[in-house]
Design a protein around this ligand. Structure first.
Ligand code: PMP
Length: 360
């Protein structure tokens, strides 16, 4: 069929089953005589799609009743502004800087209030997660912000920071639905879906109800006010309708696979295969502190930029695509999201072994 193993960080691999189903339904979605792309977002058929997607996500994540699920647009990057605009009542927030995405979020928030960078791992190129057990949380902070999984650097918070009672806001774009989480520990959990859930264009925001208010910063656009979307159940305007439909299919696939606990076990098994190989390799090495390793994004290097480039090129020729590291760090990165099968990681490790033998 010509499919490759796609290690892209996002947009990224989706379950083949979901793609096939979507293809089958393309011309005629369940007897409606049209594709979901062509359907009114106010139609009965679409109402079932969006409500079903929300119900399945709630079940998968065990989302408490006092949280709303919003399907929005604008990418995760738009949340960098929307969060302060809606939450910065005191015009102050604490940010933990563990990579470019947290850094960008903090820079954006700075347009709206005081940003306190209470911890950072920039001193060692974001190769670890700082100790967040006793942070200097600001008394007037409206929230504490983290990027839970750092897509570019391949680190993840293994335990959540102690926010000393402040609302925790987390960008989970690159670890969304990769393992169970306790939603009740967060005020907002959000992410773009284009890594682990669906096509680009959808952002899912899971937000505690008390954080949804009319009391937003002056000048906040209607479209950037959480209350607008919460009141309208994500149908204030035309939502990214087709993308939400695909997300809904992925939620069903995850349920069929056994849910998030099973996904975590699968993800751990896949990541272990790759990390174990890296740990004993004489050519390749991982770039982050072992204790903070991500299950989703695995960066590695040979230490020689020319050899890295050769590896990426030859891997592509062998059907292993998108292994080039982020343009800001170089080297390689294998993103092994939920939809990457174990066989994909096996194929990658086998290729790395062969490359090592040929190039050492
Ligand atoms: N946060 C994280 C953790 C990311 O990995 C990315 C994108 N790759 C973003 C935010 C930005 O997402 P978007 O392109 O949807 O704005």
């Amino acid at each position: 069929m010509g499919r490759v193993y796609n290690f892209s960080a996002g947009p990224a691999v989706l379950p083949e089953e979901v793609l096939r189903e979507a293809a089958d339904e393309m011309m005629d979605y369940q007897g409606t005589g049209m594709s979901v792309m062509e359907m009114s977002h106010r139609s009965k058929a679409y109402d079932e799609i969006i409500k079903g997607a929300e119900a399945d996500l709630r079940e998968l994540m065990g989302i408490p009743d006092n949280y709303k699920v919003l399907f929005l647009q604008g990418g995760a990057s738009q949340q960098f502004a929307m969060i302060p605009m809606n939450l910065m009542k005191n015009r102050s927030a604490d940010y933990i800087i563990t990579g470019q995405w947290a850094k960008k979020a903090a820079q954006e928030a700075e347009k709206y209030g005081k940003v306190n960078r209470i911890a950072s791992s920039e001193d060692q190129t974001f190769s670890y997660i700082p100790d967040c057990s006793d942070l200097p949380v600001s008394e007037d902070a409206d929230y504490v912000y983290i990027c839970e999984n750092n897509t570019i650097y391949g680190t993840k918070f293994q335990t959540l920071p102690d926010t000393k009672g402040k609302t925790l806001v987390a960008d989970v774009s690159s670890c969304f639905l990769s393992e169970p989480i306790d939603v009740a520990k967060y005020g907002i959990v959000y992410g773009g879906v284009q890594k682990n859930i669906g096509p680009a264009g959808v952002v899912i925001v899971i937000i505690r109800e008390d954080l949804i208010t009319e009391d937003v910063l002056p000048g906040t656009p209607t479209m950037l006010t959480y209350k607008t979307h919460a009141d309208a159940k994500s149908l204030y305007n035309t939502p990214p309708a087709y993308g939400i439909y695909i997300c809904g299919k992925v939620f069903k696939w995850l349920k069929k696979m056994g849910g998030l606990k099973v996904m975590k076990e699968r993800n751990e098994k896949k990541a272990k295969l790759l990390y174990d190989f890296l740990d004993q390799s004489k050519l390749f090495k991982g770039t982050v502190a072992a204790k903070d390793r991500s299950l989703m994004n695995v960066p590695f290097v040979t230490g020689d930029a020319d050899l890295d480039a050769k590896f990426v090129k030859e891997a592509k020729a062998a059907g292993l695509e998108n292994l080039k590291g982020h343009r800001s760090v170089g080297g390689m990165r294998a993103s092994i999201y939920n939809a990457m099968p174990y066989e994909g990681v096996e194929a990658l490790v086998a290729f790395m072994k062969k490359f090592e033998e040929e190039n050492l």
